[in-house]
Design a protein around this ligand. Structure first.
Ligand code: NAP
Length: 244
């Protein structure tokens, strides 16, 4: 039987890395992407291959660049036949007043967090429809549900991901391909490294669970989504310790 293949964008750090580890433990072949540090990603891919006996390939490139995304999926097709599970995880945050945001920064955030999801789905879907199976998971944010002051562009990009998820789920339901999103609260990754110890404590006090979530908890949810009945589709699953 063909091994299942997962493609994860932004897999060199944080949530994407934890998802890669979770699916490697389950025997998946992995196509791992990040934007900058190819050495880091290659070392991680090698570690997964050696520890779990899986095939893993590291591909550096910017997922906001549609041409790069096309080449990423061509590589996945050549190596593994196609992608069975797509995790759109790569993302960036930006904190600041909207009036201080330049048009270039706005375009960069939207292209990285939202247009990349279009590009990856656009390239992943034909194989999935042909196979009559597959699964798409988008990593979103609670700010996509409720909006955050000083994170307007980020909130808009994740709100876009949530609507994209619901719409695409309807489009792909006749092909039995579930499309869901995970809306994360505060997860303990590099993305929140901007907060000092005092700010972190204040944030933890706001969260009913009293702590940040871990990337491993998000990865467990991604695994559960990938193995859930296909009838579960078009959902935005919030994982935030009861925060929002
Ligand atoms: P992270 O630790 O900063 O990791 C982000 C990953 O995305 C890195 O591997 C990074 O690679 C990659 N990436 C960024 N821009 C890219 C691009 N243009 N092309 C390809 N890869 C790119 O962040 P994280 O916290 O794990 O975040 C992962 C996802 O969860 C994001 O979509 C984020 O919005 C979402 N999320 C996180 C939180 C949280 O509290 N951490 C909350 C809600 C939602 P390079 O380092 O090479 O750029």
């Amino acid at each position: 039987m063909k091994r299942q293949t997962i493609l994860i964008t932004g897999a060199s750090h944080g949530i994407g890395k934890a998802i890669a580890l979770r699916f490697a433990k389950e025997g998946f072949s992995l196509v791992l992407n990040c934007k900058t540090d190819i050495t880091l990603l290659e070392n991680f891919a090698n570690e997964l291959q050696q520890t779990y006996g899986v095939r893993a390939v590291a591909v550096a490139g910017d997922v906001s660049d549609h041409t790069f995304v096309c080449s990423l999926f061509e590589k996945a097709a050549t190596l593994f036949g196609g992608v069975d599970v797509l995790v759109n995880n790569a993302g960036i945050s930006h904190i600041g007043l909207l009036t201080d945001l330049s048009i270039e920064e706005w375009n960069h955030i939207i292209a990285t967090n939202l247009t990349s999801v279009f590009s990856c789905c656009h390239e992943a879907i034909p194989y999935m429809v042909h196979q009559k199976s597959g699964c798409i998971i988008n990593i979103s944010s609670v700010w996509g549900n409720v909006g955050a002051s000083c994170e307007v562009a980020y909130s808009a990009s994740k709100g876009g991901v949530n609507s994209f998820t619901k719409a695409l789920a309807k489009e792909l339901a006749p092909s039995s391909i579930p499309v869901n999103a995970i809306a994360c609260g505060v997860i303990d990754t590099r993305m929140n490294g901007c907060f000092d110890a005092e700010e972190r404590r204040a944030l933890e006090d706001e969260i009913p669970m009293g702590r940040y979530g871990t990337p491993e908890e998000v990865a467990d949810l991604a695994w559960q989504l990938a193995t859930a009945p296909t009838y579960l589709t078009g959902q935005i699953l919030t994982i935030d310790g009861g925060w929002q």
